[in-house]
Design a protein. Structure first.
Length: 131
């Protein structure tokens, strides 16, 4: 009996976790769909397909990796932190103006190096406050 109750709990609890984890993607999809109700353009339809794909990927647990092509090479950018820590990181770190659109690959590497140094410092401060 207990095994059956535990099984039911596990089956019905996982979708609720996935829903809260992907709330941002869900809201973005609903926003585009509401825009489509008022004005139907090819751009909005394409945007809806993209947001739907992002939401479905989130539900399936695929990683959030953005790939940017620059100078024939690909650079993968992933979120450094998650949850409350991510919110605090976004308050702590502001991208310098020169790093928003780096003109060369060398400048991009330097910006990433600076960001990583700041992230290391933030991590140390965060861990000291959590104790």
């Amino acid at each position: 009996m207990y095994k059956f109750a535990l099984l039911l709990f596990v089956i019905f609890s996982f979708p609720s976790f996935a829903g809260s984890k992907c709330q941002y993607e869900w809201n973005a999809l609903k926003k585009v769909q509401s825009q489509l109700r008022h004005q139907s353009t090819q751009r909005l339809r394409d945007k809806e397909h993209k947001k739907n794909r992002e939401y479905q990927d989130c539900r399936k647990g695929k990683t959030k990796t953005k790939t940017y092509k620059r100078a024939g090479k690909k650079t993968n950018l992933e979120s450094l932190f998650y949850g409350k820590k991510q919110k605090q990181w976004l308050k702590y770190y502001r991208t310098p103006q020169s790093c928003k659109k780096p003109s060369t690959e060398r400048k991009l590497k330097e910006c990433i190096r600076q960001r990583d140094k700041k992230a290391y410092h933030f991590e140390r401060v965060w861990n000291s406050k959590q104790r």
